[in-house]
Design a protein around this ligand. Sequence first.
Ligand code: IVH
Length: 590
Amino acid sequence: MQPAQRIAALRREIRHHEECYYVLDAPEIPDADFDALMLELARLEAAHPELLTADSPTQRVGGRVDSAFATVTHAEPMLSLDNAYSDEDLAAFDERVRKGLSTATETVERVTYVAELKIDGLSMALTYEDGLLVRGATRGDGVHGEEVTANVRTIRAIPLRLDGPVPARLEVRGEVYLPRASFERINQERGASGEPLFANPRNAAAGTMRHLEPALVARRRLGAFMYQLVVPPPPAVAGTDAPLFDAPPPPEGDTTTHADTLRRLVSWGLPVEPHWRRCDGLDDLVAFCGEWRERRRSLPFDTDGVVIKVDDLASRARLGTTSKFPRWAIAFKFPAEQKITRLLRIEVNVGRTGAVTPFAVLDPVSVAGSTISMATLHNPEDVARKDIRAGDWVVVEKAGDVIPRVVGPVLERRPADAVPWQMPTACPRCGAVLQPPEDEVVWRCENTSCPARLQRGLEHFASRAAMNIEGLGESLVAQLIAAGLVRDYADLYALTADQLAALTSSSTRSDGKVIERTLGVKNAAKVIGQIDRSRTNPLWRLVFALGIRHIGERSAQVLSQAFHSMPAIAAASEGALQSTPEIGPVLAHA
Ligand code: IVH
């Protein structure tokens, strides 16, 4: 056999086994045989470099990515989904859909849906050109994402080349996730080497996808499931700039339902979560959601609900979308998991606006896949109303990515000496007298240089939505404040790499050993580079980053558009601010 033929045969065979192993979870050959095929292919390619192509399975792991990922604009926004938390919410959704599809002459009595498991990972958009994977991008804010192609290529469930005739250009969207077993293995390794643990598989997957070292990403063994196809509207010939549309009116003989789309994705060799089901009307939907509430625990990956989608693509087009969500789909969230544990004490946290909020320090307990040792108590009023006391046994709950919360005390188990909790009268960080709320329920530390406020303020300033300074997170901010290097936002811009490199942090390992660590020269340079890059951010990011009360991303954008510069905003009178569209008296005053 000619080398070219043997290489082609090996690639086909390897892809087949990748699919069996990573997509269908049904390997046909032992790992060693698979490795032997890979080795033979790698040897042949090395001997015949002219036959090497980018879609070869030997080419999944590429070199290091540059210091940051490029930003990409999605051809069509990646929408999020509206949520349903109960059977009643599902019924309301079904009613909205039926109403939306009914006409003056015809009432729609029953709609066919597809129910899919909601994979708890991070959404990803894959672009294929002439069947070849050319781009992988994260969802980002839905409009702009990060180009993470090199990392996506390492995911063996994702084909580098699609099978069979495919449109010249297409995008598939889906979820990249970390199987629970991989998550546990990674955390074990991290624990052993003293690194901080990931809170849950989703965070671990998100952290992994943003890694600059594809070889590391490959070792993490991420999985992927696709659930959406976005193709150029027929009959337009696909050019690189042709707009993409979700669910275009199908040409003859082409996909007309979501179920067909899923089958089509499978026929191209893409991974599709196999437990989806066509549901005829509301009762079927409710049954599906009920069935998976417990059954999901037998899956090797985390799911946080069921996504319900209208099956007929033409109906979807008629229903359309709101500014945020498609009207033809909804995410049914499984009810929060609850556990009972001991509330050791109640402490207060000082936020960036000085808001002082109580939280519970708990005897660590595992809930919904993560260990919880703290939970929010919202505000003093809430603590009083539920009469939550230190020493109580309390019900805690956690749903998916939601912050764990204390539901309430188990009164029958209350210790005899438990006393009602009282809000402290002084700020725990700076000692300033705490102001009881007038019209709001929120207590505040009014000291603007309170280190706790500075900490939260700097964290917000550097966050992804604000100045987007990668690497400047909670622990580095704390070190900068403790070292006296940063007293306000402006101080960040005078920092040097040498100052950062010398900072030390300590962490306690699970065996109680305390580990001291410096940031190091390389990481210090990275953070300084990120701070420098942030100088070129658009004005609105800076306005938002300042953390002025009530000024969110949207109002920061509006202000920046109206005033063009920071001095102009600073100089504007309250009246001038108020005459800006969307800026009312509360915002202008703030
Ligand atoms: S469909 C326009 N299907 O859940 C419809 N999303 O809460 C787009 N997700 O952003 C989403 N599994 O990241 C869809 N089977 C599934 C999903 C799924 C997980 C995620 C996705 C989305 C989020 C919305």
